[in-house]
Design a protein around this ligand. Structure first.
Ligand code: HEM
Length: 488
């Protein structure tokens, strides 16, 4: 009798799980779903990018997968991406709130759900970045100031193999630190070393197998498994941020902001106790958010750029020729010079396309019941925008699968930007640091290429272009040889 009850109970549970794992009516198609596991076995937990591409070939540009019992819609290709991110931008502008990444981080802007707090904070960041010179000279000054340190580092490494990983990471980190905290840090400064290490580690954990298991099987969340390290890392960063805020509050003059943190504190004063979403805890996470978003992305793009420029020396030389011509007689490059450098512009954009730095964007979530390419998608569905599928989509690019600046050049040699160029995503959630990132990439690449020749060391073997997977794609560690250019 007892055994029969257990058996019956198991059957009922199995039936419930089976029903729970069914695709709703007119939901995007996808592979058969297993109870409890969903489609987890269809994905490599280490790097699902190839699986996403394989599934696209079977099920089309909009398909669905179950991560455990949770349905997710994967969006591929320019047409579907544009419909979701731009045409129906607000329908798709939410962020899921119960994933691993949310549990590691409760405030900030990157993972905030669509709503008034996100809107206010996004607007505030865009205005503040603009006021601190995004697109203006003062930001160029800051970037050039940091490039001087990069040049020093490179000069010291002339003639010997040099791994540029830490240098680019620190350069990108320092540029955003100057905006946020009004200061740069020495390369071996403990504060920045700890923050960079924690965030790099968390980026890898967040897109790794343990986070996928955490998201798919809520039952394991309390267990002391490897994902627990990410929570520890966030706590460490929070404590450092608390220290930084305290120092700022001690030295600030209200109304005379020196940086982003001061601007935010002024804004808090202005709003007083009006129940606004501007509060200190939010500021702490927000600054860490912006620091992370602005560091790993830009530095990995630079690393990819120099890897390709070294191993395609004819492209490097053509850039240098254009730079020499346009900057002749000038002390240094300004962002406006890009208008006279179509080839350099094409190369930077091609580097971004091939670097595919944020391959799956950041997860979105539908804010209401909606439709995409004729399919029905209920409110609250997890959306994975597969930017990779747009950046190398056949039909959108002259050379989708090779590194070739011709992808961004017209027959007359003018710079053209195809619509499928979406490394910053598109629509209301599009990267809010795009302007800063583009300025950094241009000034850093142009200045370094003007001064140095970058050479792939003879004993380095064949270059390995396949990146290490994570929230951001990182090139495998490599060395460069540096020579001063004869024209300098
Ligand atoms: C090459 C450099 C960069 C790339 C490729 C990049 C790419 C992206 C992508 C793909 C997203 C997700 C957009 C979406 O959810 O649809 C994003 C979001 C974001 N990025 Fe960037 N990013 C870069 C640099 C920066 C910089 C320098 C900053 C800092 C100022 C920044 C700040 C942000 C923020 C705050 C968000 C979240 C926006 C929101 O949720 O509303 N990014 N970025």
């Amino acid at each position: 009798m007892f055994a029969s009850i257990i058996l019956l109970w198991l059957c009922v549970v199995f039936l419930i799980l089976l029903l729970k794992s069914q695709r709703p009516k007119n939901f995007p198609p996808g592979p058969p779903i297993l109870p409890i596991l969903g489609n987890i076995l269809h994905l490599s937990l280490e790097n699902p990018l190839k699986d996403f591409e394989r599934l696209r070939k079977s099920y089309g540009n909009v398909y669905s997968l179950f991560l455990g019992t949770r349905p997710a819609v994967i969006i591929n290709g320019m047409k579907a991406m544009k419909e979701a991110m731009v045409t129906k931008g607000t329908d798709f502008a939410g962020r899921p709130q119960d994933l691993f990444v949310n549990d590691t981080q409760k405030k900030g802007v990157i993972l905030a759900d669509y709503g008034s707090s996100w809107k206010e904070h996004r607007r505030f960041a865009l205005t503040t970045l603009r006021n601190f010179g995004m697109g203006k000279n003062s930001m160029e000054e800051r970037i050039h100031g940091e490039i001087d340190y990069t040049i020093d580092t490179l000069e010291k490494s002339i003639g010997k193999p040099f791994n540029p990983h830490v240098m680019f990471h620190n350069a990108a980190s320092n540029i955003i630190c100057q905006v946020l905290f009004g200061t740069r840090y020495e390369y071996d400064d403990e504060f920045i070393k700890v923050i960079v290490q924690c965030f790099t580690e968390n980026a890898k954990i967040s897109n790794g197998p343990w986070a996928m298991l955490y998201d798919s099987f809520p039952i394991i969340r309390g267990l002391p498994l490897p994902f627990a390290k990410a929570f520890k890392n966030v706590e460490t960063c929070q404590n450092l941020a608390i220290r930084l805020m305290k120092e700022h509050k001690k030295t600030r003059v209200p109304g005379e902001p020196r940086d982003f943190v001061d601007c935010y504190l002024d804004e808090m004063d202005k709003r007083g106790d009006d129940g606004s979403s501007f509060e200190e805890e939010q500021l702490r996470m927000y600054s860490l958010d912006l620091h992370f978003a602005g560091t790993d992305t830009t530095s990995n793009t630079l690393l990819t750029g120099f890897l390709y420029l070294m191993t395609y020396p004819h492209i490097q030389e053509r850039c240098q020729q254009e730079i020499d011509e346009v900057l002749e007689g000038k002390d240094r490059a300004s962002f406006d010079d890009r208008h006279n450098m179509p080839y350099m512009q094409a190369v930077i954009h091609e580097v971004q396309r091939i670097a595919n730095t944020v391959p799956l964007s950041v997860p979105h979530c539908t804010t209401k019941d909606t439709e995409l390419m004729g399919y029905s998608i209920p409110r609250g569905t997890l959306i994975i925008p597969n930017l990779t599928s747009v950046l190398n989509e056949e039909g959108q690019w002259k050379f989708p699968n090779e590194f070739n600046p011709e992808n961004f050049l017209s027959d007359q040699g003018e710079f053209v930007k195809p619509e499928a160029f979406m490394p910053f995503s598109a629509g209301p959630r599009m990267c809010l640091g795009e302007g800063l990132a583009r300025m950094e990439l241009f000034l850093i690449m142009v200045t370094l290429l003007r001064k140095f020749k970058f050479i792939w060391p003879e004993d380095a073997g064949e270059p390995d272009y396949s990146p290490v997977y994570g929230v951001t794609l990182t090139p495998k560690p490599y060395h460069m040889k540096i020579q001063l250019r004869a024209t300098q």
